[in-house]
Ligand binder design. Structure first.
Ligand SMILES: [Zn+2]
Length: 205
C-alpha cells in the first residue's frame, strides 16, 4: 500500500474547512496547506480567535442576535423603539441593516427560512421568540426583511398569518420588493435599503 500523499493532519483540517459556507474541497485543501506552512501567523490568530468566539459569544435569549451577555446590546438599549420588530433571516442581515443606521426598533433573527425541500420547518426556527417579544412589548408592527425568493415568500406568508391570528392589533409589513429578486439583503447598499424601508408594503393577514 502506498503512503498517503498528504499528512492526515492536513486532510483532516481540509475536511473541516470544506464544511464552512462557500468553501469547496479544492479551496479547503489549499487553505489547509497554506495554514500548515506559510500562514503560521494567520493560523495562530485563527486559533486565538476561535477560542475567544467559543468562550465569549452566546445567542441573545430575546432576539437570537449574537451577544457577549444573555441579552444583546440592541435588546438592552433603552433608546430602541420597542413598538416594531424587524424579522431577518440571519445575523448578517441584522448587521447590514444596523450599518445603514436607518432602523431604530428591535430585531428577531429567525435563523433560517421555511424550506420543505431542505427539510427546514417552523420548529427549526426561532419563531417562538417572536411571539414572546410581541406579547412582552406593546408592538404595533412586525416588519419582514427576507430576501425575495420562494423560501422568503413562504416564510413571510406564514408569519403574517400567525401574527394576524395571535395578535390581531399588530400589522405586518414587508420591505419593498424594488430590491430585485435574488439579491441578498447582505449585499444591499444603505440607500437601497432606506428605499426598501420607506416603500415597505403591508402584508394582509
Ligand atoms: Zn437581542
Amino acid at each position: 500500500m502506498s503512503a498517503p500523499i498528504l499528512p492526515s493532519a492536513i486532510t483532516d483540517l481540509s475536511d473541516t474547512l470544506s464544511r464552512l459556507p462557500g468553501i469547496g474541497p479544492k479551496l479547503a485543501a489549499r487553505l489547509a496547506v497554506y495554514l500548515a506552512v506559510k500562514g503560521v501567523r494567520t493560523r495562530d490568530e485563527l486559533i486565538a480567535g476561535l477560542g475567544d468566539v467559543a468562550e465569549s459569544i452566546q445567542v441573545c435569549s430575546q432576539c437570537a442576535n449574537l451577544s457577549e451577555s444573555p441579552l444583546c446590546a440592541i435588546c438592552l438599549d433603552e433608546g430602541r423603539d420597542r413598538s416594531s420588530v424587524l424579522v431577518v433571516e440571519t445575523v448578517l442581515d441584522l448587521y447590514q441593516i444596523e450599518k445603514a443606521a436607518i432602523y431604530k426598533g428591535l430585531y428577531l433573527v429567525l435563523g433560517g427560512l421555511i424550506s420543505p425541500v431542505n427539510g427546514v420547518g417552523v420548529a427549526d426556527l426561532n419563531i417562538d421568540l417572536l411571539w414572546d417579544m410581541l406579547a412582552k412589548y406593546e408592538c404595533k408592527e412586525v416588519i419582514i426583511g427576507f430576501n425575495n425568493n420562494v423560501e422568503g415568500d413562504a416564510t413571510a406568508m406564514y408569519i403574517s398569518g400567525q401574527v394576524g391570528e395571535r395578535f390581531p392589533g399588530i400589522k405586518t409589513s414587508r420591505l419593498a420588493r424594488g430590491l430585485g429578486a435574488g439579491i441578498s439583503l447582505e449585499y444591499i447598499d444603505p440607500s437601497s435599503l432606506q428605499g426598501a424601508f420607506q416603500n415597505r408594503s403591508s402584508v394582509s393577514n
